[in-house]
Write a protein that binds this ligand. Structure first.
Ligand SMILES: [Zn+2]
Length: 62
């Protein structure tokens, strides 16, 4: 994904920074424990489309 695009993207809920998960093609907000999918290179920044992550999942990213 475009690094510049990643820099300007923030979580739509808390406006915090996102982590890019290359393996699963997701953008993760650790604060909200949500993983937003990237479909065909387009980040889908919708809460209803996001995957809810477990605390263990988020801890594994730290
Ligand atoms: Zn957030």
């Amino acid at each position: 994904m475009d690094a510049r695009l990643l820099e300007i993207l923030v979580c739509p809920i808390c406006k915090g920074p996102l982590d890019y998960l290359k393996s699963s093609q997701e953008l993760v907000c650790k604060g909200d424990r949500l993983a937003f999918p990237i479909r065909d290179g387009i980040p889908v920044m919708l809460e209803e489309e996001a995957r809810v992550m477990s605390a263990e999942d988020v801890d594994a990213l730290r």
